[in-house]
Design a binder for this molecule. Structure first.
Ligand code: BDR
Ligand code: CA
Length: 315
């Protein structure tokens, strides 16, 4: 069993990561302590509302959602409506907004629940790292209680929202720097892996055939996500980035090819701020600080992902 906290910015692909954590096929088991949201794909108010709407659509009512930071540590906030729409979750009309975002600040709730948990906790991050950087800065005493931090983000080579920058790192490089320097067991699932997890027509058909309201909600959202990915990135099929990191967190890296290397975050350059500089050959002679995933067992990923959606649809 994995005791887990999820920090996210839903966001279409974040939602499927949440579903994977809520409905993993047995014998896999996740004890979800809470969900916090962060600015990113949309404003933090919208991502918090989306997380609640989505959990409700999945039939999950016993997981609390907390609103985190509205802006990066140092820089100006940016949002990504070109991919996720004005709501952050366009493509399906949720009965808006599902009420009940907790009033406690996300960072306080994370510190409290992680410290109060009997066993060590895995933090799965599928948005930028502002909340987590703040958590580690304000409450360094949580560190011994953190089993690992698994995040979707970064790139070994080409980026998606900058030539060599991936969105989650690009929008708050200083936060990523704090997390990568934390000394914790940090896992990075970069674009080179997530760009392999492409949602095919067959996957969409499988979800459609599950039937029922949750299945049609998934199909509508994924169809929207497909259309923005094809318009903005000319992708025939959209990548489900965030569930890859979620799967890595749940499987504890099983099924992933990974290597602990030195990764530094570029923060100074106006051209490449947010680049994850991956030193595969240890040319810098610095101590390795991040487990970088370079590949994933795709077949196993899609098996658990689709099974989780089926379990949510058939509940
Ligand atoms: C990441 O950016 C967001 O738009 C997605 O939800 C994902 O976390 C991909 O670069
Ligand atoms: Ca995300």
């Amino acid at each position: 069993r994995v005791d887990m906290w999820i920090d996210c910015d839903p966001g279409h692909d974040d939602c499927f990561g949440l579903t994977l954590a809520c409905y993993p096929p047995p014998p896999i088991a996740v004890n979800l302590l809470g969900v916090s949201t962060v600015h990113g794909n949309q404003t933090v108010d919208k991502t918090a509302g989306n997380a609640l709407n989505w959990l409700h659509a999945c039939g999950v009512e016993d997981v609390d959602v907390y609103r985190g930071q509205a802006a990066p540590l140092v820089r100006k906030a940016a949002i990504c409506p070109e991919i996720h729409g004005e709501s952050g979750l366009d493509g399906f009309a949720f009965p808006q907004p599902h009420k009940g975002v907790r009033t406690e600040k996300a960072v306080m709730a994370m510190a409290d629940r992680i410290m109060g948990n009997e066993g060590k906790v895995t933090i799965a991050a599928t948005g930028c790292l502002t909340n987590i950087a703040l958590l580690l800065t304000l409450f360094p005493e949580v560190k011994p209680q953190v089993d690992r931090i698994v995040m979707m983000g970064g790139a070994m080579g080409l980026g998606n929202t900058g030539p060599v920058m991936e969105w989650n790192i690009q929008i708050d490089p200083e936060a990523a720097h704090i997390v990568f320097e934390s000394g914790l067991d940090v896992w990075m699932v970069p674009l080179e892996v997530t760009h392999k997890a492409l949602l095919t027509q067959e996957h969409l058909q499988t979800i459609k055939q599950m039937g029922g309201p949750f299945s049609s909600c998934c199909v509508s959202l994924l169809t929207f996500f497909s259309s923005t990915y094809s318009r903005v990135f000319a992708f025939d099929q959209p990548p489900l980035h965030d569930p890859c990191a979620m799967w890595c967190a749940i499987s504890k890296g099983k099924g992933f090819t990974h290597k602990k290397i030195r990764v530094d975050i570029e923060m100074a350059s106006s051209l490449t701020a947010g680049q994850t500089v991956c030193d595969f050959f240890n040319l810098t002679h610095k101590t390795p600080n991040v487990q970088v995933c370079t590949d994933m067992d795709l077949q196993e990923f899609w098996r658990v992902m689709l099974e989780a959606v089926r379990r949510a649809a058939e509940r």
